[in-house]
Ligand binder design. Structure first.
Ligand SMILES: NC(=O)c1ccc[n+]([C@@H]2O[C@H](COP(=O)([O-])OP(=O)(O)OC[C@H]3O[C@@H](n4cnc5c(N)ncnc54)[C@H](O)[C@@H]3O)[C@@H](O)[C@H]2O)c1
Length: 352
């Protein structure tokens, strides 16, 4: 008996930038971030199921291009992403991305999506999710150092998941801070624009560093970080690209996504290879403690891991049915007779 594959298996749903924006706005940014954080949390809870590997990075003098694959055994996913800190000087984004999900059983892609906006959302959702377990109780004031493309997403995720409503913004470029403050107007924040990183961290319970510079930068020095603070270090995510002075790391409890990748790319690249760190999934699954007391300095050394992109694509896929926020992409050559690929090509002449 001939087994027929599902109809239209050659057609892959594609979420363009335009449709991603419409989808996010139709759901509502805060709802989207909290639902997305739920998917990321769920996948951290089934961490051991996933195929894991540090991302495959191709470095150049100006930046990095990376592939981030993973699979839960049923669905395979990967993201293509770049990081080019000098891009904004020529009007380009520092980070852009696209991603795909496939069916493990037959290898056929089932979703293709823009991931520039989705990366900003998933990075912010992951940061806020980590902070849910690590930030001091009642934290409602956050410093954001680096007010570029990712900054507002971080603010919105922390509001959505932790009810952070007071923001202290700083960027070496005041125009970036102006842009950030303007974009967050009317979103329920009390916003202070600060003229230095030192001023920004004053009174903050959470410090987010989200700068872009391809060097060992020192955005925070040890004396700037009081005890009990939670640091969400997002911008140090490449070999030779960090944001924190090593002394801060030495007195913080450090939480990471996937140690083999973070030891190459994160703040902890500045420490010995065996410096103790806690895997975030073990905290989320309840195996290990997150924040234990009010005096502890906690650090989420975020670099971005493939499972978070997988979760984000899985979330998007779950939201598409019944909406108009995707295109049908004729992406896979799928002849009726699977061995007649050449025949399909020849016959195309008759319809051309
Ligand atoms: N951890 C993750 O999962 C993850 C995900 C996405 C992006 N990132 C990283 O986050 C960083 C920010 O990304 P983006 O898209 O917002 O970049 P961006 O270029 O749009 O913004 C970066 C901002 O940092 C500011 N800046 C640079 N040096 C500074 C300093 N010393 N003090 C204060 N501000 C400074 C710049 O003026 C700019 O406004 C990048 O390094 C990127 O690689 C990490």
């Amino acid at each position: 008996m001939t087994v027929h594959p599902p109809k239209n298996i050659n057609i892959v749903p594609f979420v363009s930038v335009d449709n991603m924006m419409k989808l996010v706005l139709s759901i509502g940014i805060e709802t989207f971030l909290s639902e997305l954080a739920g998917f990321i949390e769920e996948d951290f809870r089934r961490w051991e199921l996933f195929d894991k590997t540090p991302r495959v990075a191709s470095h150049s003098a100006e930046g990095v291009i990376e592939l981030m694959p993973t699979s839960d055994g049923e669905i395979y996913g990967f993201k293509y992403v770049n990081g080019h800190p000098k891009n904004t000087r020529t009007g380009l984004q520092t980070v852009t991305g696209i991603g795909m999900l496939s069916n493990v059983e037959n290898g056929y892609p089932v979703l293709l999506s823009e991931m520039t906006i989705l990366t900003a959302l998933r990075t912010a959702a992951t940061s806020a999710l980590a902070a849910k377990y690590l930030a001091p109780e009642g934290a409602d004031c956050m410093a954001i150092i680096g007010n570029g493309a990712q900054a507002e997403f971080q603010a919105m995720a922390f509001k959505s998941l932790l009810n952070v409503t007071r923001l202290r913004l700083y960027d070496i470029d005041p125009a970036a801070t102006d842009k950030c403050a303007r974009n967050l107007e009317g979103q329920g924040f009390d916003i202070s624009r600060c003229t230095s990183a030192e001023a920004a961290v004053e009174g903050a319970h959470i410090i987010t560093t989200v700068t872009a510079d391809k060097q060992y930068a020192t955005i925070l020095t040890d004396n700037m970080v009081g005890s009990g603070i939670h640091i969400n270090a997002v911008g140090g995510d490449c070999p030779g690209k960090t944001e924190l002075h090593p002394d801060i790391l030495l007195r913080s409890d450090i939480f990471v996504e996937y140690p083999p990748q973070t030891r190459i790319e994160g703040e902890i690249q500045q420490l010995s290879k065996d410096h103790p760190v806690t895997e975030l999934w073990r905290v989320i699954s309840g195996e290990l403690a997150g924040r234990r007391d009010a005096g502890q300095t906690t650090l989420f050394d975020s670099v971005g891991f493939a499972t978070e992109d997988f979760s984000a694509l899985r979330y998007i896929r779950s939201k598409l049915p019944g909406t108009v926020y995707f295109d049908q992409l004729d992406m896979l050559a799928d002849p009726d007779d699977p061995r007649d690929l050449f025949g399909m090509l020849r016959r195309a002449k008759d319809v051309a």
